[in-house]
Design a protein around this ligand. Structure first.
Ligand SMILES: Nc1nc2c(ncn2[C@@H]2O[C@H](COP(=O)(O)OP(=O)(O)OP(=O)(O)O)[C@@H](O)[C@H]2O)c(=O)[nH]1
Ligand SMILES: [Mg+2]
Length: 468
């Protein structure tokens, strides 16, 4: 019998390179399981979206066309300076009451954003970082006085994660066993962490506490080449590396750390929508990035199969060389899923499919290890490992206190609402708490009534919550 048969509480950690879609995955969770985005969250997103656009516009100053226009067009130059000042002053330029930029900045943003020079730069860079440039196609709507972000805007909004963030959901898992429909309620704690180098220090600790890892890889990373458009994007996003070589290395590093050994990994390839478009338009062509690619150009299926193999290749080469058969089998049987995380489809169904794979991988990793151990005639280190993990998780839960409420928070209580609001960079005071036991026993509702959420008072800026 698998370890999943008796357990109904799981902790899943999302790992992956910067920009691979971890937070976007969590937004889908908020949307599908936690009552959607409240008015206050939308206001936070509005700030980020508008600030993102202003920063992107100002960063374009390095382009030759931009410099030329600034010299030749006095009206453009005047408006551009207003934006430069606004980005430096940041929130001083916002009108607290209406929570938006002052009229002068709004007008300047529309003027500059709709100018041909800016639009041309955006079009040229669009596929390299669509999340940054989509908004430029809609600049008038976004900079109107009472703009409220749509669901699509929220899913496109990019804000690198700092610290970690937990989302606790109740999922009714529906599966088929021997022609029978099985329903099982599970409580799942999904952990979002940052992918930037400075944030990755917490990963090992997260792996230690995780039942499974959902490892995200952006399929568009295939296009990352030195000197290409990706370099411009890297420049915009704190010099973070987004190319496939780097993604492969990072995955290898995490797959091979001893703490990952007994933890099942599910590979989630994201941005499949963009990848499909890039492949079909040969922008760039697969062979330009991988001379060894033998498949037909413009063919999505063979390009994605090749890419999945590439992601695993480095690790496979190493574990085979070192004759680490158990790891090789684990890698070989690792479930792979592809997803467009910005899709507005039914995420509960998508999550159900992901959960199928998690359950499969949980059982499979244990089987692989047991078979390996039998071969080596050793004691059950799998059992030992599971006991250690249980203990680590118990200690962790006992030590978690809630930073939004301050010292004296009752131990073993988890603040699930905090997790939702941190998504926007803000935290609400006075949100409710529930112990894991309460959640499991169903004594506490996970969905937060809309009226209650909107009435929460006071917003605290927070860099979210860190490990001690
Ligand atoms: N088109 C498309 N865009 C996506 C997809 N997944 C993520 N994105 C976009 O990619 C950008 C980065 O996604 P995030 O979810 O912030 O990435 P992250 O992994 O949380 O990044 P860090 O917090 O910096 O580690 C966002 O603007 C998303 O809109 C996808 O499947 N399709
Ligand atoms: Mg993130």
């Amino acid at each position: 019998m698998g370890i999943c048969a008796t357990k109904n509480y799981y902790r899943i950690v999302l790992l992956g390179n910067v920009g691979s879609g971890k937070t976007t995955f969590c937004k889908q969770i908020v949307d599908a399981y936690l009552g959607g985005f409240s008015k206050s969250m939308k206001l936070e997103f509005r700030k980020h979206i508008q600030a993102n656009i202003l920063h992107r516009m100002v960063a374009m100053v390095g382009f030759e066309e931009m410099e030329d226009t600034l010299i030749s067009d006095a009206e453009f130059e005047k408006n551009f300076r207003i934006l430069q000042e606004a980005t430096v002053a940041d929130f001083e330029y916002t009108d607290e009451e209406n929570f938006t930029y002052v009229q002068e900045v709004l007008d300047a943003a529309i003027f500059v954003g709709q100018h041909d020079t800016v639009q041309n730069i955006c079009n040229a860079l669009f596929l390299s970082a669509p999340w940054d440039f989509t908004y430029f196609r809609d600049i008038r709507r976004i900079f109107q006085k009472h703009y409220e972000p749509s669901r699509e805007d929220i899913f496109t909004c990019r804000k690198p994660t700092t610290g970690s963030c937990e989302y606790i959901i109740r999922h009714l898992h529906v599966s088929r066993q021997g022609g029978k429909m099985i329903r099982k309620e599970v409580i799942i704690e999904v952990i979002d962490v940052g992918g930037q180098k400075s944030e990755r220090k917490s990963w090992e600790k997260q792996i230690e506490l995780a039942d499974a890892i959902l490892y995200l890889v952006s399929m568009t990373d295939y296009a990352g080449k030195e000197g290409g458009v990706q370099d411009y994007y890297s420049y915009l996003s704190d010099n973070n590396k987004c190319n496939l070589k780097y993604t492969q290395e990072l995955f290898k590093e995490n797959f091979l750390v001893p703490k990952t050994r007994y933890v099942p990994i599910i590979l989630l390839e994201t941005k499949v929508d963009l990848f499909k478009k890039m492949i079909e338009e040969n922008s760039p062509a697969m062979r330009d990035c991988f001379p060894e690619y033998k498949g037909p150009e413009g063919d999505f299926e063979s390009a994605s199969a090749f890419l999945s193999a590439q992601i695993k290749k480095k690790i496979m080469d190493q574990v085979k060389r070192k004759r680490q058969h158990i790891l090789a089998t684990k890698l070989d049987r690792m479930p792979i899923l592809r997803q467009n995380l910005t899709s507005m489809g039914n995420f509960v169904m998508t999550f159900n499919q992901i959960w199928d794979k998690v359950i499969y991988a949980l059982n499979d990793v244990k089987q692989i290890e047991l078979i390996g151990e039998r071969g080596q005639n050793s004691k059950s280190s799998v059992h030992e490992h599971l006991m250690l993990k249980k203990k680590a998780l118990r200690n962790h839960r006992a030590s978690v206190s809630d930073p939004t409420v301050g010292p004296g928070t009752p131990k073993r209580k988890m603040n699930f609402r905090r997790s939702i609001t941190i998504l926007t960079g803000a935290t609400f005071r006075g949100s409710g708490t529930a112990s894991v036991e309460e959640l499991i026993s169903g004594n506490n509702s996970l969905s937060i009534p809309m009226a209650k959420r909107n009435s929460v008072q006071g917003i605290v800026r927070s860099r979210s919550y860190h490990w001690n």
